[in-house]
Design a protein around this ligand. Sequence first.
Ligand SMILES: Nc1ncnc2c1ncn2[C@@H]1O[C@H](COP(=O)(O)OP(=O)(O)OP(=O)(O)O)[C@@H](O)[C@H]1O
Length: 310
Amino acid sequence: MPDNEILLSATGLTKTFGEFTAVDGIDFAVRKGECFGFLGPNGAGKSSTMRMVGCVSPVTSGELRLFGLDPAGNGPAIRARLGSCPQRDTLDEELTVEENLWIYGRYFGLSRKEVRSRAAELLDFAQLTDRAGDKVEPLSGGMKRRLTIARSLINSPEILLLDEPTTGLDPQARHVLWDRLFRLKRSGVTLVLTTHYMDEAEQLCDRLVVMDHGRIVAEGSPRSLIDEFSTREVLELRFDAEDHKDFAEQVTGIGERVEVLPDRLLVYADDGEQAAAVVHSRGIEPLSSLVRRATLEDVFLHLTGRTLVD
Ligand SMILES: Nc1ncnc2c1ncn2[C@@H]1O[C@H](COP(=O)(O)OP(=O)(O)OP(=O)(O)O)[C@@H](O)[C@H]1O
């Protein structure tokens, strides 16, 4: 199989619930071996898209193909080649860690022997070998997520779907999970994920689409999106809460553009320190002044006028 083979594609993909359009005619293609992301705020239509891709929710209109097959009529054949990690863990808390894997493996038709050896491999991958015989209930959130991912890999899927893989996890647990996902990608599994965390998208995704109100508003690699829609750096200025909007006029013309957020001003400039020096030379005195590199959050703000996480 060539590496750039397209495993998943959508043209004009649409999902409506009654009068409401949750996914509004989107086009995308995912190549073998890449990590592809859907980045957008809550309600953008990411999960609805993932459920159609996972063949658990019918397509309203448009074309969707997985491994060249149409989910309408080929659901079971496609699902056998997919792993799916839903937004909420659906582990059986009464069972032990390894029993959760065994049951799933049997469901996929693996023999008892195959299930045992695959489960042992996956527990090692998920760094849960020590907890194999423990009940699921007392595990940490990060461990449960890793077990859910291990479970979704029991049938050795070619594509793994991850809906908001690290929502609700603490920073350390997120980094452990990212590391596992990197390894998985290196082993050749194609990853498709949704997230509303720009750092997650930046860390993991080779390519992504930015979604808002059911539509795709931009697409590319994290780097190319930042290069296209932002400056290299951003100067963040905070003033006394009540009057910071008044300062927006005073900083106009510094850098490429200024965004006014409820709690701060963002000055977009390739050289943030130089922009800060100009602010200072104009006699403007912010409470705090911070230069940082631009992120996908800035891309989203530029494209939609809103922040990703309100
Ligand atoms: N079964 C349903 N019936 C009616 N409306 C729905 C249904 N599922 C989703 N929606 C609506 O479709 C829109 C998109 O939801 P979706 O879950 O796809 O967004 P999302 O980007 O994944 O956000 P989240 O991160 O909150 O899951 C939302 O406004 C949601 O209320």
